[in-house]
Ligand binder design. Structure first.
Ligand SMILES: Cc1cc2nc3c(=O)[nH]c(=O)nc-3n(C[C@H](O)[C@H](O)[C@H](O)COP(=O)(O)OP(=O)(O)OC[C@H]3O[C@@H](n4cnc5c(N)ncnc54)[C@H](O)[C@@H]3O)c2cc1C
Length: 393
């Protein structure tokens, strides 16, 4: 007997769990939902390697609106998760972008104009103003800073994931440990999901939430998806001397970034200079990066970081849309019941509330009902018209 589900979600980490949760509570949807996750420990998932931060400082309207909903979800969590759910932590320390050349300073100015038009709390800071606010930052060589004064910082993404999973289960969502190895397609319709144990499932619709493996999953249905894994490195370190005040998540001009983890420890990160194209199961650490790039960058910009001790480091993957570094969301034009939820670079955790809500609306009613996510549709990939985002970290 082949089982049948109305919606089969491939990947059960942040995005898969968000889509399942939103769909299970959508008033116009009363079908069956199955979430297939090959590894319930999420050992290779981006979600478990994330720095778990949210920002409003994006360079495109759609991404700003998506993050505004992310912040609204966190601040008014009771409206969404119910008052019985534990309050998700949200520490609003802001993001501080630092520019040391005119093109990037211009990009920050343009982003600032757009962000403030849309109601974000971004302020531009001269080097003198940066020093006045954050005396621990050495302003040498800086031209401009851009600081988010609200709705930016760390949030407990893992806590939200746990609540989504628990509430979806209570609402009747089936969750199974299984690896998807094939998708059968008849014309513009995916009919069957094939599993590694040889069994098959008939599906009304399929949602691709497979993170850095997204292109492999699409390929199973003979569809191209320009999403490739890029390694991202994280370094957790302790300071000898605690900083006198909270440091924002600070992005230095060479892309090395750092945020507070606790009073005496910080989390720094940087991307793999090789760019996208890593294997999704390549977790090899480049240990030279700490001594050669990350520590020198931090010590130069924040001199108190000369005396620090690396506690641990890890490698995760961004799922990069190689066209424009933005998400690809919605039905695939060549297979109308195959929904994409892919290519989130380093901002998928914060985008997960809006993505799950939008896809649930689309699947349940055939259209976006709240925030229109169609600028993120696959059509721009087919037409090769990038949605440019200048604020990627
Ligand atoms: C170092 C790092 C820092 C980050 N920092 C931030 C941040 O500060 N803020 C932010 O918003 N975002 C951040 N991100 C990005 C964010 O973590 C991701 O965008 C988000 O977690 C993506 O979730 P996902 O569910 O799409 O993918 P994943 O978490 O990768 O989940 C995909 C799941 O699909 C499963 N799967 C894949 N193929 C199959 C298959 N064939 N069958 C069954 N299951 C399958 C996998 O096992 C996996 O569990 C960061 C990422 C990294 C790596």
């Amino acid at each position: 007997m082949t089982e049948r589900f109305d919606v089969v979600i491939i990947g059960g980490a942040m995005m898969g769990s968000s889509v399942a949760w939103w769909l299970s509570r959508h008033p116009d949807f009363n079908g069956s939902i199955l979430v297939l996750e090959r590894d319930p420990t999420f050992a290779q998932a981006s979600t478990t390697h994330s720095n778990s931060c949210i920002r409003q400082q994006f360079g495109s309207e759609i991404n700003i609106r998506i993050s505004q909903f992310g912040a609204e979800f966190l601040k008014n969590w009771r409206d969404y998760l119910g008052s019985a759910a534990p309050k998700p932590a949200f520490r609003e320390f802001g993001y501080l972008y630092l520019a040391a050349d005119e093109p990037f300073a211009d990009a920050l100015r343009a982003n600032h104009a757009l962000q403030t038009d849309l109601g974000a709390g971004t302020v531009l800071l001269s080097p003198e103003e940066i020093t006045a606010r954050y005396p621990m930052i050495d302003p040498t060589g800086l031209l401009l800073g851009s600081l988010g004064t609200r709705d930016e910082g760390y949030f407990d993404g893992h806590g939200i994931l746990a609540i989504w999973r628990e509430q979806a289960k209570a609402a009747g969502v089936t969750r199974r440990t299984a690896e998807v190895t094939g998708l059968r397609r008849t014309g513009a319709h995916i009919t069957t999901v094939c599993l590694a144990d040889g069994s098959t499932i008939t599906a009304g619709a399929v949602v691709n939430c497979s993170g850095p493996s997204a292109a492999y999953t699409a390929q199973m249905a003979g569809l191209d998806l320009p999403v490739a894994p890029q390694k991202a490195y994280s370094f957790l370190f302790d300071v000898a001397e605690p900083l006198p005040l909270d440091l924002p998540l600070t992005i230095t001009p060479n892309g090395v970034h750092v945020r507070p983890e606790s009073r005496s420890s910080y989390l720094a990160g940087c991307m793999d200079a090789a760019g996208p194209g890593a294997d999704y199961d390549d977790f090899q650490m480049d240990h030279a990066l700490w001594m050669d790039l990350v520590w020198p960058t931090l010590a130069e910009r924040i001199p108190v970081f000369e005396r620090i001790k690396l506690r641990t480091d890890w490698v995760g993957h961004y799922a990069i849309n190689t066209l424009d570094h933005n998400a690809i969301v919605g039905a695939h034009p060549e297979a109308g019941n195959f929904y994409l939820c892919n290519g989130f670079s380093g901002h998928g955790l914060q985008q997960s509330p809006a993505m799950g809500r939008g896809l649930a609306e689309l699947i349940a009613t055939g259209r976006y009902q709240t925030l229109d996510l169609s600028p993120l549709g696959y059509e721009r990939v087919a037409e090769r018209t990038p949605l440019v985002e200048r604020a990627v970290i």
